[in-house]
Design a protein around this ligand. Sequence first.
Ligand code: NAP
Ligand code: MG
Length: 499
Amino acid sequence: MTTIQQSPALSEQAQNFWSREVHHLFIDGQMVPAQSGKTLTTTNPSTGEPLARFASGGQADVDHAVLAARKAFNGPWSSWNPYERQALLMRIADVLDHRFEELIQIEAMDMGAPVSRLRNTKASLMKMLAFFASQATSISGETLMNGIPGNVTTMTLKAPVGVIGGIIPWNGPLNSQFWIIGAVLASGCTAVLKPASEASMSVLRVAEILHEAGVPAGVINVVTGSGREAGNALAAHHDVDRIAFTGSTETGRRIIEASTVNIKKLQLELGGKSADIICADADLAKAVPGAAMGVFANSGQICFAGTRVLVQRPIVEEFTDRLLAFMKTLRVGHSLDSAAALGPVISQPQLDTVLSYIDIGRNEGAELLCGGKRMGNELRNGYFMEPSVFGGVTNEMRIAREEIFGPVLSILPFDDVDEAIAIANDSEYGLGGAVWSQNLSTALRVVQGVHTGTMWVNCYGYIDPLVGFSGTKLSGYGSKGTAAHMDTYLYTKSVYLQL
Ligand code: NAP
Ligand code: MG
């Protein structure tokens, strides 16, 4: 069930991985089949062909994995000191550094991101692991004054909360799983991960590699399967203490509902419809490629994609001309083609959804300036779509309000900065956003005015765990990065000590 013969560039390790009959769950340090014996199939979005079968986990498997995670949480792992957990994270960084090519080939074939893009994510993965390694030795409580009569010493202690349920989307699991794994290992928690059905493979492979690198059995478990069964079982589980979820706002709502059974605290990173504001005084040599890749990177499948490009009226024409020229340089191709900048979208349903927005935009009166079609010729069997640009978009149109999660950019003209801020804020989401201006006062006014979790100035999409990023409004809550991220994995105990 593989297409590896068509991909001579595939490493021996990746070939061995794909040659497995079925990819099992990873529980308590071992690969185990789903108790129901059921499997699902993952597809290669570059070819439309089935790639591998994997276990379809359900309630019984989630119970098994949570039990393993609880046992590990209460076992010898609980006595690892901060330096030992830090050393483990540093060792993992070293191992992944050496295994990265194998992992990106698995990821590229499973979810379609081109290897050129994935190779560039190595530095950010290494930074993430260094960050969490540093957090392992930075957990601290406080000594507090008090007004209690007598000799009472008061302080707070921080302790790991227990078992984390991590629910991961398909748009970049190789890296995004480490927001959870890093914090779990740094804090002393344990986890059960539920990757997305459309891209589970890099999460399964990483779990095995982590175990080989010294992560004790039961600390990181993976239950693949559908969101409706395995995902819901995890979110509703009585013995899971926290849920870290990244995905759509709709699923976020279901997870909030499921979490009420035991009042789980949640870390929710949800959808977005971010505004990228191009002022008339922007340096267009930088703003044009910056805004374009703020949308088209990962074929538009990035939560903080700046899909509403707000352009000040005097430069709309020049910006558009330059953007359309830039579009011609974007090479779309098979994910294992090193020259491809953009790959396919994840699946046929996702392609159908994105293409439907092309019709929606046209019917609403927006002007399609380029793209808009499924790609043909040698790419015809994959889920490839031409990167597309709409001009003359207004913020009332559905293409400006709804998350498309595909390679579609909308240009919305504005007159002055106050109007741009108002348009940016007229959205139910609040995840990312940017402003391009050579005037720092203008830029700062926009930064202060836009109601969103992250703003970039004269750049787009940088994420550093030391700085963090987070959402507001329907984009969710809970930080990724900074000490606030670690707080999701810890609880605070107030201590009154009568001497
Ligand atoms: P999704 O449909 O919400 O799925 C995300 C994960 O939730 C998958 O593992 C999915 O499993 C699981 N799931 C589905 N239904 C569930 C349920 N009832 N209970 C528990 N888990 C359930 O999102 P997606 O389509 O994979 O990803 C795209 C969305 O994620 C976009 O809206 C995007 O903006 C958002 N996203 C946000 C960020 C961020 O950091 N803010 C990052 C990336 C993506 P199945 O795959 O088996 O359905
Ligand atoms: Mg796949």
